[in-house]
Design a protein around this ligand. Sequence first.
Ligand SMILES: Nc1ncnc2c1ncn2[C@@H]1O[C@H](COP(=O)(O)OP(=O)(O)OP(=O)(O)O)[C@@H](O)[C@H]1O
Ligand SMILES: [Mg+2]
Length: 293
Amino acid sequence: MSRENGFSNLPKDFATPGSWFLGQDRRYVVAEERTYVKRGTSSKILKAFDLRNDMVVAVKTLEEDAARDINYRSMLFREGRAMSRFNHPNIVKFYDLVMERKGEINTPHIIMEFVDGESLLDRLRDDNQGPMTPDEIIDISFQMASALDYIHKEGATHGDVKPNNILKSIDGAVKLTDFANSNFVSLKNARFFSPGYSAPEMALDRANTPSTDLFSFVATVYALVHNALPPDVAMKIEPQFLDIRRYEISNEANEGLKALFRKGMAFDPSKRFYLCSVFANRFANLFQNAKNL
Ligand SMILES: Nc1ncnc2c1ncn2[C@@H]1O[C@H](COP(=O)(O)OP(=O)(O)OP(=O)(O)O)[C@@H](O)[C@H]1O
Ligand SMILES: [Mg+2]
């Protein structure tokens, strides 16, 4: 594919022999995997170019083995349908759901906004960048809370809030992605849980509620504050709280933060905060004067 083929607007990453077309009208040019690929457990994220709208997009589709399984195909289809119902600056924007037929198998591809940046998991694992500043963590918390309170108002849950499913773009926007475990996909019960981040009632009874999301949100903020992932942060079903010694912070603020995390990750869902933004506001008030040591 090249200028000679008529795609004068096609960036060079997509104009290689390994790229391929997607969609009945060959509207999406998918870049070969060396350009960009992120592998999940059964799915992968690729980069594509939308010839009609002249922009880079992300494609979520299934790995080959999973694509042979009707359950995986229908769940990915439902994930696309779930995403299509949201419209919020802190949720990855859904564009299209494209089916690709290979023989008897029709595989869904979710076309969505490409977030140029990194997941919070990549950020936490990157030793070169050092720990986040308190201001950055507060900013992420507010943006996350806004997305989560919004989907809950819409009757949805996310079901898998954790650093790998939160993207931060280079311009600072925080975006929630991966609705594979949403109640809009599985109807009622959670399909899976993530150790360290999932609420106890999700692990025990497959509950999938705004309150299980709130638990995971608070656990995520806890991981950011400690610059560590479970099990390092020792988040068990009844979390054992560490002192927050990473920061120059008053004893009073330290005690306040511990109480806040304890409430957000309470074993009993009725003891937790009602809204994610309530947690985010209180967290910001206590954490705003903190300084990295
Ligand atoms: N819209 C996007 N733009 C850019 N990168 C993305 C986008 N969506 C996902 N990614 C990247 O791909 C990774 C995996 O995406 P996603 O979580 O949707 O897949 P998954 O198969 O459900 O993964 P897992 O099983 O690990 O949760 C993300 O952590 C992120 O790094
Ligand atoms: Mg994921």
